[in-house]
Design a protein. Structure first.
Length: 328
């Protein structure tokens, strides 16, 4: 029989329209039945899940491309990339404070017309800062999915050229698109350019490009959502911060978030007897991306070598491996 937790989880994913989680919990129930020797029931549940996934064309990791919106062509080709999104809000694990801030964006965006009647504008220009793998890019995807808007990522390598005038002209093209097509626009990983160029002593140039971008952001009064993400907020001129409606600082996960990340990622296996204190203590200091990857490593090992039996030790081992990987 499914446990009370699993039944609650099934109901919750149904209420949240979270098909991915629903199927993954259902498979967890099937795995449990199989372990108890109820093979017929386990295989019935599995084939029901597979049939229903096929019907909905949703796999656990499938990404649904955004319909009707096309990849930019002409001058914008190579500058803006339409990015498929399928990630949902409840897959994202964040501290209550950051979650509330993102929630606020959704609430205001959904009621933007009501706000406009009173001369108020919904927040739409955000700066995401924080260490790698803490959910900045993922949050951009969640905002787009939740608002049912396409997500465009700006390809910074192609935007930045040696000639400032040319870069500004390209930025203008992008901001024209932002005005014409309501969508979520992500200027991702400024820091990547920063580090690439810094080897050639070009930090000054990056600063100029960033500042020029921020001027465009200030002038933009469109209905699109403009996001900038960086690992190095110190490269930005502090005076320019006020051009954003909100600055969200992403953080590495705390104990509670580590537990949720592990539960989310390993929902397809039996996690009832894990020692959470040990796991959360050991994963402290890892980013959410690293915790997620450690879970994937542990899950693979459980499936391939331990008859799908997951243990605290397997997870601890995977976490340690991620940690030593970091030091290299
Ligand atoms: N807060 C989070 N909740 C759930 N999963 C997360 C979170 N942060 C990261 N992940 C996992 O790690 C992957 C990478 O995260 P993401 O690309 O959002 O990090 P980032 O903050 O944009 O990092 P970078 O600064 O390197 O661009 C995600 O696809 C997801 O699987
Ligand atoms: Mg990112």
């Amino acid at each position: 029989m499914a446990t009370a937790e699993q039944i609650k989880s099934l109901l919750k994913s149904h209420a949240d329209h979270d098909d991915g989680r629903f199927y993954s919990v259902a498979l967890q129930v099937a795995a449990k039945e199989a372990r108890q020797g109820h093979h017929k029931l386990a295989s019935d549940i599995k084939s029901l899940v597979e049939r229903s996934q096929k019907a909905n064309k949703i796999g656990l990791t499938s990404s649904k491309p955004t319909p009707l919106v096309k990849q930019p062509k002409g001058d914008l080709k190579g500058l803006l990339e339409l990015t498929p999104t399928s990630v949902r809000r409840n897959e994202l694990v964040l501290s209550a404070d950051i979650q509330e801030r993102l929630e606020q964006v959704l609430i205001e965006q959904r009621q933007k017309d009501r706000l406009a009647k009173y001369g108020l504008s919904a927040r739409r220009k955000l700066l995401f800062t924080g260490a790698p793998g803490t959910g900045k890019t993922m949050s951009a995807a969640v905002l787009a999915t939740e608002l049912k808007l396409p997500l465009y990522t700006v390809v910074l390598d192609n935007l930045i050229t040696r000639f400032m005038g040319e870069t500004a002209a390209k930025l203008r093209l992008i901001f024209d698109h932002i005005k014409q097509t309501r969508a979520v626009y992500l200027f991702d990983e400024f820091d990547a350019i920063g580090s690439q160029r810094s080897s050639r002593n070009d930090v000054g140039e990056i600063r100029r490009v960033l500042n020029s971008f921020l001027l465009f952001v200030e002038q933009d009064s469109s209905e699109s959502i403009v996001l900038a993400a960086t690992n190095h907020p110190e490269l930005l001129d502090k005076a320019l911060y006020r051009r954003f409606d909100d600055i969200i600082q992403f953080e590495k996960p705390g104990k509670e978030q580590i537990r949720m990340l592990v539960q989310n990622r390993l929902a397809m296996l039996d996690i009832a007897s894990l020692s959470w204190n040990q796991i959360t203590a050991s994963a402290k200091g890892l980013s959410s991306a690293e915790v997620t990857r450690a879970c994937e490593d542990a899950a693979k090992e459980a499936v391939l070598y331990h008859d799908t039996k997951l243990s605290t030790d397997l997870i601890l081992k995977a976490i340690e491996r991620r940690k030593t990987g970091n030091q290299k």
